[in-house]
Design a protein. Structure first.
Length: 287
């Protein structure tokens, strides 16, 4: 992860409060002036999230693909919590961290411009950024990384709206239900309310929608692109929080089958098609 000096200052401010709380909980803090966090601690927590400021109204998120431990954190047990759908899970979305970074690189190659990036490198055993705080973490160290992730999403979405008027959050995941299918999650259109109000429902479920265009490139998509979304894949906490039911930005969750993200070769085809569609969308509907 690269951080420009100005950005580093912003991000440091962003994580000051949770990191201070973590330091209070985990060790001596009395020597630290209020609100100041040791740069080494900030850098350590930020190294667990790929952060990139963008030049396009596209933000790529992937919270479940990382394999790194969170120092000072312990595995979540989920004791007493509901599982499944919106509940507790530690399932690893293998290949999605790579997919997100490769997608960003392909968007840059096509346009000469970077998309925004917020991508986790941490194991889901420690932290689940696609859940509300009560389910997401069980200790202050993981909470600090959660605040880095969601602080960046909040800040970037605000910036996208200020700079471009509107924009799209794409939240990348992997599912084990159908290897050759990519499921769309928008809470059946709710997280793309702004886009639909501006351009009509065709932008959501017509041939020119994101999934309509992907289908035209040979993807097996569900819905196809009209119809009801698959229960369990219809949009999680990130899509609901940063989509236009609650935020000015739109959001779409992608649940990839293994055929789209398992190998480097499969990911190459996936990012080529998806980057093209996202860039077309940004050109046609946002820029
Ligand atoms: Zn996931």
């Amino acid at each position: 992860m690269r951080l420009q000096p100005a950005l580093f200052a912003t991000r440091s401010t962003l994580v000051a409060i949770p990191l201070l709380a973590w330091t209070i909980a985990c060790g001596p803090v009395s020597t630290l002036p209020t609100g100041v966090v040791q740069p080494a601690v900030v850098a350590q927590m930020e190294s667990l999230v790929h952060l990139q400021k963008g030049e396009l109204p596209i933000l790529i998120s992937a919270p479940h693909g990382g394999r790194k431990d969170i120092p000072g954190s312990r595995h979540r047990t989920g004791q007493g919590m509901a599982t499944g759908g919106a509940g507790f899970s530690t399932a690893w979305d293998a290949g999605t961290e790579e997919l997100a970074l490769e997608l960003a690189a392909e968007v840059l190659r096509l346009t000469g411009k970077k998309p925004y990036l917020v991508v986790g490198s941490f194991k889901r055993n420690f932290l689940d950024c696609n859940r509300p705080p009560a389910i997401a973490y069980s200790d202050p160290a993981a909470r600090a990384v959660y605040e880095v992730y969601h602080g960046a999403l909040r800040e970037d979405c605000k910036e996208i709206v200020t700079r471009f008027g509107s924009g799209l959050v794409v939240d990348l995941h992997r599912q084990g239900t159908s290897a050759n299918t990519v499921y769309r999650g928008t809470k059946n259109g709710k997280s793309v309310t702004a886009m639909r109000a501006k351009f009509g429902d065709g932008i959501h479920e017509g041939p020119d929608s994101v999934f309509g265009r992907l289908k035209a490139q040979g993807w097996n998509v569900h819905p196809d692109p009209g119809g009801t979304e698959q229960s369990g894949f219809s949009g999680g906490f990130i899509t609901q929080t940063y989509g236009s039911e609650r935020s000015p930005t739109d959001a779409i969750q992608f649940e990839f089958g293994a055929d789209y993200c398992k190998s480097a070769e499969q990911r190459k085809g996936t990012v080529k098609a998806l980057a093209l569609v996202l860039v077309e969308l940004a050109k046609g509907y946002h820029l």
